[in-house]
Design a protein around this ligand. Structure first.
Ligand SMILES: Cc1cc2nc3c(=O)[nH]c(=O)nc-3n(C[C@H](O)[C@H](O)[C@H](O)COP(=O)(O)OP(=O)(O)OC[C@H]3O[C@@H](n4cnc5c(N)ncnc54)[C@H](O)[C@@H]3O)c2cc1C
Length: 390
């Protein structure tokens, strides 16, 4: 008997699960995707001949196995020269993003900042109640105001950073980096070599083994029995892998899970390159409405006398970023706990975790394959239930 597996959502998480699970002939897989294409925001599109994605989709991982897996399907170019910088209007200067000590030496108010750093009590970070307290205790008032406060206000569309009451997801850490490079130094940093980016990962999926339903309308008929209406037809499954927000399955009984979206603008400039040589990203920590700019050429190596810059403006359009409020995370747990057996919720929206990136989607799919294909796996490694919440 085949295992009937429904995958909801054809983004990275859904496609990674499908690709890995279809290796076992016992699995009969259906992907349902509401859009007319697979890949969601990771799909490469073209503007004025320039390849781009919705946001950078820069591949960063600490897991060599994950990199090697992706590299076999989508040959990757290592881009360990990448740099991120941030513009601080108050100083009219660009610094590394995140900051490190060398940057402080270039600041007009460095004396005050070093004094604040000396006076900080790192122990207090552990008991911080909100993001403001966390950062004030990490880097002091002056640096907080210059680099963190406005960025987070616009990133999360809040009036006050105190509203953000979780912060362990922040990859920027509590310390200021030392040494010549910014954060993520130790991660494998890469981008697809081909101009169509990650698209082969979605387009070259084995359609003989995977039933892909695009523009699909999905409704729940009986969640516990894993019965759904798919384009109006009733279908039952043995396993479900969902990559969408879990409130969908319960008619938003505990309230709608909140997300921040993004408005994305593409701008072509009449020069070969705008950013300095190795700068891929530019963050803006001031009152401008956008959070970051990306020069796509730096990733894609596209040859042209013009250059494409992507601009991201936080908005309520789309479910791109789960909000790091305890109340929302608790709400997501309420939904996740109610999911029936053999129903797995993965990916960024599926786990309601902002920190889930492309590499995490692959890692989660790798884990899921073991769970679904090997009946003994879950019992042997109960601690590896990554989908469990506190
Ligand atoms: C602007 C931006 C920039 C990013 N940059 C990076 C980066 O540089 N590096 C990195 O590693 N990560 C980055 N990420 C994160 C990473 O791309 C995502 O975490 C990852 O792609 C999520 O994949 P997913 O499958 O979980 O979800 P998604 O990609 O959101 O896929 C979910 C799919 O489900 C479909 N769907 C939704 N509702 C339904 C429904 N009812 N029925 C059927 N289908 C449905 C959607 O159309 C979508 O295709 C970025 C994210 C954003 C938003």
């Amino acid at each position: 008997m085949k295992r009937k597996i429904l995958i909801i959502g054809g983004g990275f998480g859904g496609c990674a699960s499908a690709r890995m699970l279809c290796e076992d002939p016992k699995n009969a897989i259906t992907i349902v995707e509401k859009n007319s294409f697979l890949g969601a925001g990771v799909r490469t599109q073209f503007y004025g001949g320039h390849p781009y994605t919705f946001g950078p989709r820069h591949f960063l991982t600490h897991n060599k196995k994950v990199f090697e897996y992706l590299n076999k399907i989508v040959p990757m170019r290592l881009c360990s020269d990448h740099q991120f910088i941030t513009y601080v209007e108050k100083d009219n200067k660009f610094y590394n993003y995140p900051l490190h000590y060398n940057d402080i030496n270039k600041m007009p108010d460095k004396k005050k900042i070093f004094q604040e750093l000396k006076n900080r009590n790192l122990q207090k970070i552990k008991s911080a109640k909100n993001m403001e307290e966390y950062w004030l205790n990490s880097i002091g008032k002056t640096l907080y105001k210059k680099t963190i406060q406005n960025y987070n206000k616009k990133m999360w569309l809040v009036d006050n950073v105190k509203e953000i009451d979780t912060f362990n997801w922040s990859p920027k850490g509590a310390t200021i980096k030392k040494g010549p490079r910014a954060a993520w130094d130790k991660a494998i940093s890469a981008y697809p070599k081909k101009s169509n980016g990650y698209n082969d990962y979605f387009d070259k999926i084995d359609k003989r083994k995977i039933n892909i339903l695009l523009n699909c309308n999905l409704k729940v008929y009986d969640l516990n029995k894993k019965i759904f209406y798919i384009n109006g037809k009733k279908k039952q499954f043995d396993f479900v892998i969902s990559t969408i927000a879990p409130d969908f399955f319960f008619k938003k009984d505990f309230g709608e899970l909140k997300f921040i979206g993004r408005d994305f603008h593409k701008i072509v400039f009449p020069v070969k390159e705008v950013f300095p040589k190795n700068v891929y990203f530019l963050y803006y920590a001031n009152n401008e409405k956008f959070t970051r700019l990306v020069e796509y050429k730096k990733f894609t190596r596209h040859k042209s006398n013009t250059t494409l810059i992507g601009m991201e403006i936080p908005s309520m359009n789309g479910k791109h970023y789960p909000i790091p409020f305890k109340s929302e995370i608790r709400k997501s747990y309420k939904y996740l706990r109610k999911l029936p057996e053999n129903f797995f919720s993965i990916g960024r929206a599926g786990t309601y975790r902002y920190e889930v990136d492309i590499d995490d989607c692959i890692e989660q799919a790798m884990e899921l394959v073991k769970i679904i294909n090997d009946d003994n796996y879950m019992n042997a490694f109960p601690q590896q239930k990554w989908w469990q919440y506190e």
